[in-house]
Ligand binder design. Structure first.
Ligand SMILES: C[S@@+](CC[C@H](N)C(=O)[O-])C[C@H]1O[C@@H](n2cnc3c(N)ncnc32)[C@H](O)[C@@H]1O
Length: 293
């Protein structure tokens, strides 16, 4: 598939599926997040990690691949800024974002620009802060470096950008999730042997693949830490810290309210705070800080 076709497919996906409403003020896209109460404190605190690396106040904050600014924590990043510039290839994302945060000229906080993160229509050093969350992995692999360079180009001197994207098959998730999958497969095989499987032909419920925080049906190309350092870290100064070390699959499989799930996640968050580089490189989601000296 050509790079332009990939982008078109991603845009259509978000216009037609990802940013369609799913009820209760949420989008279809949110089905790929763990929204259970047991996980909500942990997820909330992970979201807030982004703000630590941004200057707290400034003129413009760029949100590259903003989507509709779907979680309330996202608003914290631009609270001290005059405006949040939402850039996205999906016009539905931007319409939704406008509804949520309002136009800067009419008492709101946002400016909205249809734009490709690998080719940003902004001058050098235009932004006091930059975030790009769960977006660069939608680009063809060859364009990742271009996107990072674009974020760096538009970032002001002495300022920081934060990028979050999931790793491809990280060590910690391999250690925990793969054995859980084997157990499930062995259990299903046992049921089949005992003749207790669902009768042939009986329709099964459609299931979301919780392995991924991204909907299936759209293009995703993930990196690993070694490759990011080799291909991008040699061109742009970056530091890999932890955003959230566990995937949605892990949360759903291992974290339950009756099994001390909340306490487990508190312990995990504490460990992540102590060893941010280890969990950033080996957990599911790194927080990549780019500083422009
Ligand atoms: C997984 S969503 C994340 C949205 C938001 N950052 C968040 O964390 O909720 C990915 C977003 O990136 C946008 N996107 C994908 N490819 C893009 C590109 N090349 N340039 C700009 N936006 C892009 C999609 O339209 C979508 O809104």
């Amino acid at each position: 598939m050509l790079d332009s076709e990939i982008k078109q497919q991603v845009r259509e996906f978000y216009d037609q599926v990802g940013w369609q409403g799913a009820g209760a003020g949420q989008y279809q896209n949110a089905r790929y997040e763990d929204l259970r109460p047991v996980a909500c404190e942990y997820i909330h605190r992970c979201h807030l990690r982004v703000a630590r690396h941004l200057v707290p106040a400034g003129k413009y904050l760029l949100d590259a691949g903003s989507g509709p600014v779907q979680y309330p924590e996202y608003l914290e990043y631009s609270r001290g800024y005059q405006a949040r510039v939402c850039a996205d290839i999906s016009s539905v994302a931007l319409q939704e974002a406008r509804q949520r945060i309002g136009d800067r000229g009419s008492g709101g906080h946002g400016l909205f620009v249809v734009a490709d993160v690998a080719n940003l229509p902004f001058p050098r050093e235009a932004f006091d802060g930059v975030v790009s969350l769960h977006t660069i992995h939608h680009l063809p692999q060859g364009e990742h470096i271009q996107a990072y360079k674009e974020l760096y180009r538009v970032l002001g001197v002495g300022r920081s950008a934060v990028v979050v994207n999931g790793w491809d098959n990280p060590l910690l998730m391999r250690l925990f999730v793969t054995p859980a999958r084997w157990r499930k497969q062995a259990f299903a095989a046992g049921r089949r042997l005992l003749g207790r499987d669902a009768p042939a032909g009986k329709p099964r419920k459609a299931r979301i693949d919780p392995d991924s925080a991204e909907p299936k049906g759209t293009f995703v190309s993930k990196n690993n830490a070694a490759r990011l350092k080799r291909e991008i870290g040699t061109e742009i100064p970056l530091e890999i810290l932890v955003w959230r070390s566990v995937s949605v699959r892990f949360l759903r499989a291992f974290v339950h309210p009756r099994l001390g799930g909340r306490w487990f996640l508190r312990l995990l968050f504490w460990l992540e705070e102590r060893f941010p580089h280890f969990f950033g490189e080996n957990g599911q989601y790194p927080l990549i800080v780019i500083r422009k000296a």
